[in-house]
Design a protein around this ligand. Structure first.
Ligand code: NDP
Length: 429
C-alpha cells in the first residue's frame, strides 16, 4: 500500500528521489524521462498554450509528504519558488498524521454563470419573468452543452438579483441572472461561458433589456471544500515550548488574524503558500482559486482569517479551513502539460472533489506551520536556514560551493547576499 511517509526523503539526492518514485511504480519510465529532461514542457507545446511564446519558465517541483486525508495516503506535488513551504507542510502533515490525519469534505461542484442585463423598463417585472421561466432557461442552457448533462452535471438552478435599484443613474441599475451549473470534474469556464452566452438572446427577449456580460463568477461559493484537524497538545510541543503553549499561541495568532485585516492578509498569504503550489502543479488556474479564496475571506463583511483555530473540550487544537475550489482534474492545461499529468498520477486522485479536499488540507497544514513557527522560534530561524542556499546562489555560488557557502551563512547567522558574496570571493581565492 502506498505510504506518503518516506523517512529521509529530504536528505536524498534528486536522482535518488526520482528513482524511489519509479521503484514504487508511482511514476512510469516515460514520466521519469520527462522529469529528467531539460525541457519537460516543450516549447512547441508551450507555443500552442499561450501567445507570443519565447520559452518556458520552470519552477522547483517538490513533494509534500506525510499527508493522511480521510484515511488515504497522499504525496502532494508542489510547484513553488519559495523555500521552507514544502518542508513546513510536510512537518505539520506528520503531526496531523500522528493525530489521525485530516478529515475533509466537499460540496457539490456547482459553479456560477452570470448574465448582466441593463436597460429594463421595469426591473422587478423583468426579474419575475426570468424566475417564472426557470425550467425553460435551464433546459435551454443544458441544450447548449449536452455532454456535461450526459456526465451527470449541467445547469440545475437559477437566481436573479436587482443591483442598485434605488440608484438614479441608468448605468448603475441592472439585473444579474445567476445560472448554477454542476461542472463535474472540470473547472468549467468553457461550459459556463457557453451556457451563459447561449441564454443571452432569450434573456433579452424575456426582459426587454440588453445583455452585456456573460461569464462565470470566480466567487465559487457553491463549490466549497473543507479540511479539519484535531491535534492533542502533546504533539505540538517543540524545543522549550510545551504543547499547551504552542496551542494557545496558535489560537491567539488566529484571533489576531480574525480581527485585523493587516494581519489576516499575511496569515492568508501563508495559507495560499500551500494551496497555490498544488493548484499550479496540477495544471489548474491559480488566479481563479486566489480570487475566490480572498473573496470568501471577506464574506462576513470584514477581511478575515480563512482558517479557524480553537481548543476543544479535551484541550486539543482544532483547525478548520473552508474555501471555494474552482479547480478540475480535466480541461485547461491539465492534460496538456506533461508535469501536470504526472502530478495527477502521483496524487492518485479520482475526481475534482477529491483534489479540492487535498488542496484545502495542504492549506490548513501550511497555516499551522507558519503559526507554529511564529509563536515559538519566530519565522526567520527555519525559513532563513532553508533560504540560505538561494542566497548563496544569488551571490554567485555554483556546484558544491552552494552548500558550503549556505552552511557558513547559517553558522555565522548572517543569511544575506552581501555576506554570501564575501564568502564566495574568499572561497574562490
Ligand atoms: P476545458 O473546456 O478545456 O475542459 C472541460 C471539458 O472537459 C468539459 O467541457 C468536457 O467536455 C470535458 N470533460 C471530460 N471529462 C470530464 C469530466 N469528468 N467532467 C467534466 N468535464 C469533462 O476546460 P474548462 O472549461 O474547465 O476551463 C478551464 C480553463 O478556463 C482554465 O485554464 C482557465 O484558466 C480558463 N478560463 C478561466 C476564466 C476565469 O476563471 N474567469 C475565464 C475563461 C477561461 P466534453 O463534455 O465536451 O468532453
Amino acid at each position: 500500500m502506498k505510504s506518503s511517509r518516506i523517512p529521509g526523503f529530504y536528505k536524498m539526492a534528486v536522482e535518488e528521489r526520482r528513482e524511489l518514485l519509479q521503484n514504487m511504480e508511482w511514476i512510469s519510465d516515460d514520466e521519469t524521462e520527462y522529469l529528467f529532461s531539460k525541457e519537460p514542457l516543450q516549447v512547441e507545446t508551450a507555443d500552442k498554450m499561450i501567445e507570443n511564446v519565447i520559452g518556458t519558465f520552470p519552477l522547483p517541483l517538490g513533494l509534500g509528504l506525510n499527508f493522511l486525508i480521510n484515511e488515504k495516503e497522499y504525496v502532494v506535488p508542489m510547484a513553488i519558488e519559495e523555500p521552507s513551504v514544502v518542508a513546513s507542510a510536510s512537518h505539520i502533515a506528520k503531526i496531523v498524521r500522528d493525530a489521525g490525519g485530516f478529515s475533509t469534505e466537499a460540496t457539490e461542484r456547482d459553479m456560477i454563470g452570470q448574465i448582466q442585463v441593463v436597460g429594463c423598463s421595469d426591473y422587478r417585472a423583468a426579474k419575475q419573468v426570468l424566475l417564472d421561466a426557470k425550467e425553460t432557461l435551464i433546459k435551454e442552457a443544458n441544450a447548449a452543452y449536452p455532454s456535461i448533462v450526459a456526465r451527470g452535471g449541467g445547469a440545475k438552478d437559477i437566481d436573479v438579483r436587482i443591483l442598485n435599484e434605488e440608484a438614479d443613474s441608468l448605468y448603475n441599475q441592472m439585473l444579474v441572472f445567476h445560472l448554477y451549473i454542476n461542472t463535474c470534474d472540470a473547472m468549467g469556464a468553457n461550459i459556463i461561458n457557453t451556457m451563459a452566452e447561449s441564454l443571452a438572446p432569450t434573456i433579452e427577449e424575456l426582459t426587454g433589456g440588453k445583455v452585456y456580460l456573460r461569464i462565470l463568477s470566480n466567487y465559487a461559493d457553491r463549490c466549497l471544500a473543507k479540511a479539519r484537524c484535531v491535534i492533542p497538545p502533546k504533539l505540538l510541543a517543540t524545543g522549550d515550548f510545551t504543547g499547551e503553549e504552542v496551542r494557545d499561541g496558535v489560537i491567539h495568532a488566529y484571533e489576531f488574524a480574525a480581527s485585523d485585516p493587516y494581519r489576516a492578509v499575511t496569515h492568508n498569504k501563508g495559507i495560499m503558500n500551500g494551496i497555490d503550489p498544488v493548484v499550479i502543479a496540477t495544471g489548474n488556474d491559480w488566479r481563479a482559486v486566489e480570487a475566490g479564496a480572498h473573496a470568501y475571506a471577506v464574506r462576513h463583511g470584514q477581511y478575515s482569517s480563512m482558517t479557524t483555530w480553537k481548543a476543544d473540550e479535551n484541550g486539543n487544537l482544532v483547525g478548520e479551513l473552508e474555501l471555494p475550489m474552482s479547480i478540475g482534474t480535466v480541461g485547461g492545461a491539465i492534460r496538456v502539460h506533461p508535469i501536470s499529468q504526472m502530478a495527477h498520477k502521483l496524487l492518485d486522485i479520482h475526481s475534482a472533489q477529491e483534489l479540492s479536499q487535498v488542496i484545502v488540507a495542504v492549506g490548513l497544514a501550511q497555516n499551522l506551520g507558519a503559526l507554529k513557527a511564529l509563536v515559538t522560534d519566530g519565522i526567520q530561524k527555519g525559513h532563513m536556514a532553508l533560504h540560505s542556499r538561494s542566497v548563496a546562489i544569488a551571490a554567485g555560488a555554483t556546484g558544491e560551493m552552494i552548500d558550503i557557502i549556505a552552511e557558513r551563512l547559517r553558522d555565522e547567522k548572517e543569511i544575506r547576499v552581501g555576506k554570501a558574496k564575501e564568502l564566495v570571493e574568499e572561497y574562490k581565492k
